[in-house]
Design a protein around this ligand. Structure first.
Ligand code: FES
Length: 181
């Protein structure tokens, strides 16, 4: 019977020549190892950078509290987003957030019927909200996605957006977007 939990022994045999090639010397082995680490480091760096991909251009929402839905191509996956036009009373401009709920990654919606949402969560709400139906996470577009209700310890991840004429251009997304562990 095999010994349970036997630790595999490290292979300490001398290195053998590559088929059809020169023997792998210790120096060559260390060079290979260092290039592997360099490649891994580069992947990590480009992975982080890749979160900010090509800018994404589309018509911006026009009237106060209008929203535009989009999908931003990130590193290996797309990030669903909303951009909401804020009224001047809420600072104006756009509130652009990733729809992946920072609690447990459900995809949240945008609710203009905020009185009904307020009834669900037992709060008086003053404006439309981002609302996650999984555990009623409620986020305020007018205050940078502040958590109004629910289990999330942070607001949704934000996109960086600028406006040009009638268009908006999404240029990046906050680091760590979509990581809910
Ligand atoms: S996943 Fe959105 S509140 Fe829990």
């Amino acid at each position: 019977m095999d010994e349970p939990h036997a630790n595999p022994q490290p292979n300490l045999r001398p290195m053998t020549p590559c088929p059809g090639g020169a023997p792998v010397t210790r120096k060559r082995f260390l060079q290979l190892l260092s290039s592997l680490f360099a490649a891994a480091g580069l992947a990590a760096v480009t992975g982080r950078r890749a979160v900010a991909q090509e800018p994404l251009r589309m018509p911006a929402p026009k009237r106060a509290w209008d929203k535009v839905e989009f999908s931003y191509p990130g590193a290996g996956k797309d990030f669903p987003g909303f951009a909401v036009r804020l009224p001047d009373t809420a600072g104006g401009g756009l509130s652009a957030v990733c729809r992946i709920c920072p609690h447990q990654a459900c995809i949240f919606g945008y609710e203009t019927d905020y009185e009904t949402v307020g009834g669900i969560i037992g709060k008086d709400l003053a404006n439309p909200v981002f609302f996650c139906r999984c555990h009623f996470g409620t986020y305020d577009p007018a205050r940078d996605g502040t958590v109004l209700y629910g289990p999330s310890s942070r607001p949704p991840w934000r996109f960086t957006v600028r406006e040009e004429g009638d268009d908006m251009i999404v240029t990046g997304i906050e680091a760590g977007a979509g990581n809910v562990g």
